[in-house]
Write a protein of this length. Structure first.
Length: 290
């Protein structure tokens, strides 16, 4: 239970930090790149038997190549979310990223014979989707242009792949050291891709890296690593089925972010936002009783 609590807090903190970046005028891409370097470095310090575990990883067991492969989607989805928020709207980007929980639950049901999804859980998923949509709707929603449909679709499918992969491949490490290394490998790939892009920008000229982005990235990286570390631990604790963990985690993050925005960012909830929170709470109650 404690792992779920910290997973919710760290995942919610990511969205809150991004909001803070926007207020302070911090360039998101550079912060994201240093976030990945920080998360990977922090992850390495958590591996007890590092040399042996790295040697095992270099033999390319399933958890090793899966962890590295996920990194390409991590930074791609982050970037696509930023583009979607700018061109289509924040609401569309948020809804698309959270809607993945429904597809992931379906994948769990298809691939894992131990996952039983009855009518109560499907009802909870329905409430969850309604909650995500209503909570995410903002007053400054941009008029949706159908020619932009590709961006939210990429987020939906990419988010589904990432969420499912984290859960599915977390069962492959055979000990704690392998689990710790698996948790940070995606950040390595993302960091390499990110620094390659920064390097290209630097070579082209007229590019300046500011210290504030580096420091912001370090802060984000500590929180981001925690979000993956605790989520993987929740999946492997075996308290709830995977098809319950993801909706519980995502919905709780939505509620925590909404409460934080009201208290600290002085944001006002519309009637639809309040309805969304009620739907989310109902979904959490059903999920805890499935």
């Amino acid at each position: 239970m404690i792992f779920l609590f910290f997973s919710i807090l760290t995942n919610a903190a990511i969205y809150i930090i991004f909001k803070w970046f926007d207020i302070k005028g911090i360039r998101v891409f550079e912060a994201i790149v240093f976030n990945y370097l920080t998360a990977f470095t922090l992850g390495l310090t958590m591996v007890d038997d590092l040399s042996t575990t790295v040697a095992t990883a270099l033999q390319w067991p399933t958890w090793s190549w899966a962890g590295i492969g996920m990194g390409t989607f991590f930074i791609s989805i982050f970037y696509t979310m930023a583009i979607t928020a700018q061109r289509v709207g924040v609401s569309v980007a948020t809804i698309a990223s959270k809607m993945s929980l429904a597809l992931v639950v379906v994948l769990f049901a298809i691939t894992d014979p131990n996952e039983h999804i009855g009518w109560l859980k499907w009802t909870a998923i329905g409430f969850a989707l309604a909650g995500v949509v209503f909570v995410s709707i903002q007053k400054d929603v941009k008029a949706f242009e159908w020619k932009m449909i590709g961006f939210p679709l990429i987020i939906l499918l990419g988010g589904t792949l990432v969420d499912f992969s984290i859960a599915h491949f977390s069962t492959y490490p055979t000990n704690e050291s392998e689990m710790d290394l698996y948790s940070c490998l995606p950040f390595l790939t993302s960091a390499v891709i990110g620094f390659t892009i920064i390097g290209i920008k630097f070579i082209k000229g007229n590019y300046q890296l500011r210290l504030r982005e580096v420091l912001a990235g370090i802060l984000l990286g500590c929180v981001n690593y925690g979000s993956i570390f605790f989520l993987v631990r929740v999946y492997n604790a075996g308290i709830w089925p995977k098809s319950t963990v993801l909706p519980l985690n995502n919905l709780s993050v939505v509620i925590v972010c909404a409460i934080f925005a009201i208290i600290f960012f002085k944001e006002k909830l519309s009637k639809l936002n309040i309805i969304g929170i009620v739907f989310s709470i109902l979904s959490l109650i059903l999920l805890l009783n499935c």
